[in-house]
Design a protein around this ligand. Structure first.
Ligand code: NAG
Length: 741
């Protein structure tokens, strides 16, 4: 054993390069550097507004020399591209060089109108802030395509079929389209070019915004029911179309296991976010080095629409599964996409209706397999993309990481569309992760039920956007003031408990607050209180039940509708199409019964309610709905309630139309308190929230104000079950929800 260890140790030291590169030569003037653990790589950092020259890293080469060893490293001041040409106006000041914080001012000549900012500032990443400023006389068929700073333009005809072409100043690389043509629809072909320096990276914020809105456009345009609304390009997916999403992750040697895991993480974040919207794409996930590995393919129809399964498969995949990592076979990866599409065409009669999104993440240029753009052209031809109207069926987004990429290669692969961007160059994988964390901000899809902004990571203090469906009702009677909770179900209706109101309460006694805290508060008066017709507290006096709460449901109709926002949004109700989307039962012609089976079939169902921890400070409480045999304990504890001491059969008081939580098995459920009445009992599915109950009454009340005492074991809470009330809800709210039978 000992010997073996020694031997293997020896073998190791022989295999390792003896020629370590000399660290004395790597220091950077004006900055700092880090050496990797194996001593083979140096990474430079410079203060803000500076960048490492000649490169951000150095590798120790086989000959014992660093890359670029002869050139001394230095932190140079970041420069933004210099304006070369401008049309229809003037740029000032004209200088030889522009550094960070320098400002350019634009002015248009008479007869020309300005589009874009009047001034632009040189940013730390070497880009001018904002979009290209354009002075346009609006005389052409197409609007003036503008001239990006750093570029020159040839071609001045903006008539149909007029062509323009661009060149970047020396030393700058072009992203986007070199030539563009004015099309009949008054748009230019391709995408706006930009000229950038080698050290220019897209910031996470820029990527989140630009990629997010481009992606939103794509997803939205796949929606057959979409309503044109150009004012807001953010995601507003209501019913999704058919879509394939290909995720391609570079797993070559330079990526390394840590970055590869971050890339996996980015892929799963992306899928999670996309899956919280009302549409179900098919995923294909592959990784590549010299060879291609398939994690999920387009033909695995049982799993490729299940976000959770796809995420699991990605998580299980190991970097080490690429045993030969030397190559970067980008073309091979795109060829695999082509192959999967070809196969799908044979099996899928809706093939041509699918839009396709390809997302490629890479940190290098291809070094085998040949030119990847050949495969892109094959895919385009195969999907019949060349006809303009099918351009929206394919979007290829490319994310280049670090400085070893080839900007030209990535630009060739990426889609080029007017007013969109598909190629991004980021400093490193962490920057990309940050961008993806921000993409598809949930707040934009306000109309979708049961969605809230995810605050899992940041400021948990501000719960305004976490429980946006909670409503607070204040009932001011001649005799005093009481308050209840409710849930927003549509723009005009709040669902709450009928017992919150006396039979003679009038609508004007009630005030509704929406938006959980002071800061976000919206208030409404009430037009009408609708109680469930079967709610009759005195209905079972003959059975010695002094107060009977079955169908403890009421709908409060607002005097004026509310506009949904990030802090005021609806919850999902079962038996509506919104819930079908939320639980992804769209394709199965889901019925109300399907929802019930999905949500409430187990003996113990994890659920939650929202309680006020202190004034305006909401808190989520996890409880378990007890059903089947687990429910027997609920009935036993209900029998112990003083008011029910003369009840012969407790099931007369606690009918099947109540959901029960509380008790201490399998864990102690927190108790609802008085002010919680009328609030929703919720089941969470992924990022979506579905209301199954309305908080009605409990066996024990040990709350003191906001404080919860230790809960006795016999404490049970009963909630009016929403599903049996849905027929009535449909009667009252006919138009604002789509119901299932
Ligand atoms: C740039 O223009 C905006 C208005 O478009 C103005 O508010 C801002 O003050 C200007 N900045 C500078 C530095 O002039």
């Amino acid at each position: 054993m000992m010997l073996l260890l020694l031997l293997s140790g020896l073998a190791m030291s022989i295999a390792a390069p003896i020629d370590q590169c000399n660290l004395d030569t790597v220091a950077i003037a004006g900055g700092t550097y880090k050496v990797s653990e194996d001593g083979e790589q140096v990474e430079y950092s410079c203060p803000k507004g500076k960048y490492p020259f000649p490169s951000a890293t150095r590798e120790c080469q086989g000959n014992g020399q660093w890359t670029n060893e002869k050139q001394k490293a230095i932190c140079k001041a970041v420069e933004c591209p210099k304006p070369v040409m401008f049309e229809g106006g003037e740029i000032a000041p004209r200088k030889a060089k522009y550094f960070v914080d320098d400002v350019l001012y634009f002015e248009c000549w008479g007869g020309f109108t300005m589009f874009g900012p009047e001034n632009r500032t040189c940013q730390e990443n070497g880009k001018w802030s904002g979009e290209t400023t354009i002075c346009d006389d609006q005389d052409g068929h197409c609007p003036s395509p503008g001239i990006p700073i750093g570029a020159s333009k040839v071609g001045t005809s903006y008539r149909i079929e007029g062509k323009v072409s661009y060149d970047c100043q020396n030393g700058l690389r072009m992203f986007g389209s070199k030539t563009r043509e004015c099309k009949e629809n008054k748009r230019w072909s391709g995408s706006e070019p930009s000229c950038r320096t080698a050290y220019t990276y897209d910031s996470p914020e820029e990527v989140a915004e630009v990629f997010g809105s481009s992606l939103a456009e794509t997803i939205e345009s796949s929606d057959p029911d979409r309503v044109e609304d150009k004012s807001d390009r953010k995601l507003q997916v209501k019913t999704g179309g058919l879509m394939n999403i290909f995720l391609i992750i570079d797993a070559s040697k330079s990526v390394g296991v840590k970055n590869f895991n971050t890339a996996k993480n980015i892929a799963t974040t992306f899928i999670e976010k996309v899956s919280s919207f009302d549409f179900t794409p098919r995923y294909s996930v592959l990784t590549y080095a010299s060879h291609i590995k398939r994690i999920v393919t387009l033909s695995e129809s049982e799993i490729n629409t299940e976000a959770e399964t796809v995420i699991d498969a990605i998580k299980r995949f190991k970097y080490s599964e690429h045993d030969d990592k030397q190559g970067t076979n980008t073309r091979g990866a795109l060829q695999e996409v082509y192959n999967q599409l070809s196969l799908d065409q044979l099996r899928n009669d809706k093939f041509l209706e699918h839009s396709n999104i390809i997302i490629l993440m890479t940190d290098g240029k291809h070094n085998m397999g040949g030119d990847p753009s050949v495969e892109v052209n094959k895919i385009r031809e195969f999907l019949d993309i060349r006809k303009d109207q099918r351009e929206d069926k394919l979007d290829i987004y490319v994310f280049g990481l670090g400085e070893d990429i080839s900007q030209d290669e990535l630009n060739d692969i990426a889609s080029k569309k007017d007013r969109e961007k598909h190629v991004f160059q980021m400093e490193n994988i962490d920057a990309l992760k940050k961008a993806f964390d921000e993409i598809i901000d949930e707040t934009s899809a306000f109309e979708m039920c049961g969605l809230s902004k995810d605050h899992s990571e940041e400021d948990t203090k501000d719960n305004n956007e976490k429980y946006p469906w909670i409503a607070k009702l204040t009932i001011t009677r001649p005799g005093g003031v009481e308050s209840c909770k409710g849930s927003i179900v549509t723009k005009n209706f709040i669902l709450t408990a009928a017992h919150c109101f006396h039979l003679d309460d009038e609508a004007h006694f009630v005030n509704v607050e929406l938006g959980p805290s002071e800061r976000a508060k919206v208030t409404r008066k009430v037009k009408n209180i609708h109680r469930h017709p079967k709610y009759d507290p005195n209905g079972k006096k003959d059975k010695n039940i002094p107060k009977f709460f079955e169908y403890d449901l009421a709908l409060v109709e607002l005097s004026q509708k509310v506009d949904f926002s990030s802090t005021v949004r609806p919850i999902c109700l079962p038996c509506t199409s919104g819930t079908s989307w939320a639980i992804k039962q769209r394709d199965k012609a889901a019925s109300c019964k399907d929802h019930e089976n999905f949500l409430l079939s187990k003996d113990l169902v994890k659920a939650l309610f929202i309680s006020e921890k202190s004034k305006n400070n909401l808190e989520q409480m996890t409880v378990h709905i007890k059903q089947g045999n687990s429910r027997l304990g609920c009935l036993k504890d209900a029998e112990k309630v003083e008011e029910f001491k003369d009840v012969v059969d407790i099931k007369d008081a606690v009918t099947d139309n109540f959901l029960c939580t509380g008790g201490i098995d399998p864990s102690v459920d927190p108790q609802t308190c008085k002010g919680d009445s009328g609030g929703p009992l919720i089941i969470q599915h992924g990022k979506r929230y579905i209301q199954v109950g309305v908080i009605s009454w409990g066996t024990v009340n040990s709350c003191k104000g906001y404080k919860r005492e230790r809960v006795p074991a016999t404490s049970r809470d009963f909630h009016a079950s929403v599903i049996p009330g849905m027929a009535w809800i449909e009667e009252i709210i006919k138009d604002e929800l789509i119901y299932l039978k």
